[in-house]
Write a protein that binds this ligand. Structure first.
Ligand code: ADP
Ligand code: MG
Length: 704
């Protein structure tokens, strides 16, 4: 329930929409079991069900006589029952003969219920049936009609009938009943799209579009389905863009202290780095400093391909707030990565003269207590940890900048929650994989964007080859050569059906196998090790005490070991493009040329094959992410459906890019003119937001 404050009239209209947030179990015959099935299929609230759109349509034709041209068509035909023949014996074929004018049509049933059969088909009765017409020799037949209509009623059998994506356990009938009921609960809306756009696109109203998509009555309506769908897709895009703009405005509300550039600590660090910052890194840093300096909170997304050097940008950004006596935090997706960042930062701790701490879940209690104290009293300037850092009960003295090195993407509303927890903090999210432009619009529209386009020069070349598993010998030879050259090897084991246990078994088997060939030279890391063991393994590998690191995908993001020159990905066909690119990004970090070997199963599918081809052909993360979007769809790229409701119901990012752009432009205009969505126009837009599940954004207006 949301509280409306603008006037009695509006309370009415949004209350009506509350109904749509209810689950379908109000309807007779829809119990908890069905709710679970609907949850699996599309969601069980009415507003989920109205947007569960048909995926195809059955077209029937009404005919009066049987002709060859109707064979294999779905016909509706009227006739008189001439005789019935019910069979008890296997194969239990029962037959009704129907007189159609002077022709005979046989209706065939297998294993039909006797009572039902005899009650429905009574000699000399007129009936109407629908089904696919076939011809067997000279006989006309329909096997198992999809409809029979006993009385002569008008229009019970629909000419056009939509069919829906199913899940096992839910019949079409059930889904249809749910859709019908849900649609009947939608109030009549006033139009929220401006009339020019509506006219230009030839769109109908929301209600009409939805109704005609689900229940088309004429051929014209069938053929216009794309228009109705497009309109709804635009609605969805607009609601998302409005929500993002509201969130953005909301985040910028708190006032912060303005800062200036001091650059003492910054220069100290830069002067001690073994490399010079690239132009891109410098440009990005300039923007970040300016943004932090403002009295508005920063919300920035830093994009940069793997190996483009985001970590140092994070470090320098944090130093900027530390120069002003504030604290900064860097959060990594895994403890290993947090540890690695920590090692990198720690090298410069004394040179710069600040205190840096690593906070992990598995630390000794007394050390942790002291550390938490020092964070609280401000003795520690930079805190490094996992994402849990900011969600825990740790109190910072004055956290000004939080940087999130992300792996699983946070949804829009998750980011909002995070920002609520630290109202005076600037935020920057660094992405491990470049995000396609359209996704930036739909999922990061609440943030400002910085991009590191090019990697540091003089990077080693990475060659990518794919090798089928039977050619394992060649891979072993390549490893031997590398080891002779004192180089190191990553070996990533396959994902086995989402089961950590099985993943682990595969990794352990592989480790044993490699250990037999390269004794005492194989380290292992996997998700089920405790963090100290993981760190030990990684440390051994990073000190070059072991040449090969076997792992599950835990090493995916961020690990930085410049001496590693070979990356072997076993069952590469099971990985997504973005993941493969991330993994490959672990090599080619030093000056030596590197090779990524994609070991694949020969029985691979079309899409998997295409992915491997893309990997061989390009090393450009931006291209790869665009391709990934095409091959997999946005849901996969952004993580699971559950993660913060980022998935769309109707909008298809690959098809509707243009609609997203229009919605983006229009939403900005709307929020500029009417930031609190007041008045009748505002009210309509709030309805739209509510309709597409953006109720949290509506609440933001209220909370101011
Ligand atoms: P990512 O963007 O993937 O997080 P990192 O920050 O881990 O990349 O940087 C990759 C490697 O490049 C690290 O070893 C880092 O020290 C190095 N590096 C960063 N910036 C530069 C630069 N300007 N010139 C040379 N090497 C750099
Ligand atoms: Mg990184």
């Amino acid at each position: 329930m949301i509280i409306i404050y603008v006037g009695a009239k509006y309370i009415m209209s949004l209350k009506l929409l509350d109904e749509l947030y209810n689950k379908i179990d109000k309807l007779n015959g829809f119990g908890p079991k069905n709710i679970l099935l609907f949850d699996k299929l599309c969601g069980s609230r009415l507003l989920d069900i109205i947007f569960h759109l048909p995926n195809s349509i059955i077209k029937r034709i009404k005919i009066n006589s049987l002709k060859d041209e109707y064979i294999y068509k779905r016909i509706i035909i009227n006739g008189k029952v001439k005789s019935t023949w019910f069979s008890y014996k296997k194969p239990k074929i029962s037959i009704v003969t129907l007189e159609v004018n002077d022709q005979i049509l046989e209706i065939i049933y297998f294993n039909v219920n006797r009572n039902w059969f005899l009650n429905n088909f009574i000699k000399d009765n007129e009936i109407t049936i629908s089904g696919e017409l076939i011809r067997k020799g000279k006989k006309w037949q329909v096997i198992h009609p999809d409809y029979i209509q006993i009385k002569k009623l008008e229009e019970i059998i629909p000419i056009y009938e939509t069919t829906y994506p199913l899940t096992s356990g839910l019949s079409h009938k059930k889904i249809k009943a749910a859709v019908k009921y849900s649609i009947s609960e939608i109030p009549g809306f006033s139009e929220w799209i401006n009339s020019e756009l509506l006219k230009d696109k030839n769109w109908q109203s929301f209600n009409k579009s939805l109704l005609k998509l689900h229940f088309p009555k004429t051929l014209e309506e069938v053929e216009n389905a794309h228009l109705y769908k497009e309109r709804l897709a635009y609605d969805e895009a607009l609601s998302r863009q409005l929500a993002l703009n509201l969130i953005r405005k909301h985040k910028h509300k708190t006032e912060q202290k303005t800062l200036i550039n001091i650059n003492t600590l910054k220069d100290k660090l830069i002067n001690n780095l073994p490399f010079k910052l690239t132009d891109d890194q410098q440009d990005v840093l300039k923007t970040i400093y300016e943004d932090i300096n403002l009295n508005k909170r920063m919300y920035r997304l830093l994009q940069g391909d793997v190996g483009s050097g985001k970590t140092i940008v994070a470090f320098l950004s944090i130093l900027h707030v530390v120069e002003h006596g504030f604290q900064g935090a860097l959060m990594a997706p895994t403890e290993i990565l947090a540890y690695q960042h920590y090692l990198f930062f720690k090298k410069y701790e004394n040179i710069i003269g600040i205190r840096i701490a690593l906070l992990t879940s598995k630390m000794q209690k007394n050390i942790k207590i002291n550390m938490i104290d020092d964070i609280n009293n401000g003795k520690i300037n930079i805190i490094i940890g996992t994402h849990a850092l900011i969600q825990s009960n740790i109190k910072f003295k004055n956290l000004r900048l939080a940087i999130i090195d992300e792996q699983h993407r946070f949804g829009v509303y998750q980011r909002l929650e995070l920002s609520k927890k630290s109202p005076n903090t600037d935020f920057m999210v660094m992405t491990a994989t470049p995000i396609p432009r359209t996704l930036v619009l739909t999922d990061y529209g609440d943030m400002d964007i910085s991009i590191i386009h090019s990697k540091p020069i003089n990077r080693a070349k990475i060659e990518t080859i794919s090798v089928s598993i039977p050619r394992m010998n060649e891979v072993i030879k390549a490893i031997s050569r590398a080891i002779k050259n004192n180089e190191q090897i990553f070996w990533v084991c396959p994902l086995v059906k989402d089961s950590e246990k099985l993943d682990l078994a595969a990794a352990e088997t592989r480790q044993k196998y490699l250990h037999n060939i390269f004794p005492n030279n194989v380290a292992i890391v996997h998700g089920q090790m405790d963090s100290r063991d993981k760190e030990n393994s990684l440390l051994q590998f990073s000190k070059n005490e072991k040449k090969i690191l076997v792992s599950t995908t835990v090493i995916e993001v961020g690990i930085d070991i410049p001496n590693a020159t070979i990356m072997i990905i076993e069952h590469a066909e099971r990985f997504g493009l973005a993941q493969l690119h991330q993994l490959r990004g672990r090599i080619g970090r030093g000056t030596k040329n590197s090779v990524c070997i994609l070991l694949y199963d020969q029985k691979i599918g079309e899409i998997a094959r295409e992915r491997l081809t893309v990997m061989r052909e390009t090393n450009n993360g931006f291209l790869i992410s665009e391709k990934d979007l095409k091959l997999r769809g946005a849901g996969e790229i952004l993580g699971t459906r559950q993660s913060g409701g980022q998935m769309f119901k109707i909008l298809d990012i690959n098809i509707h890019e243009n609609l997203i752009k229009i919605a983006n432009k229009n939403s900005k205009m709307i929020i500029n003119e009417n930031p609190n969505l007041i008045g009748i126009e505002g009210e309509k837009l709030k309805q739209l937001l509510y309709l597409f599940g953006q109720d949290k954004a509506v609440k933001l207006i209220k909370s101011g």
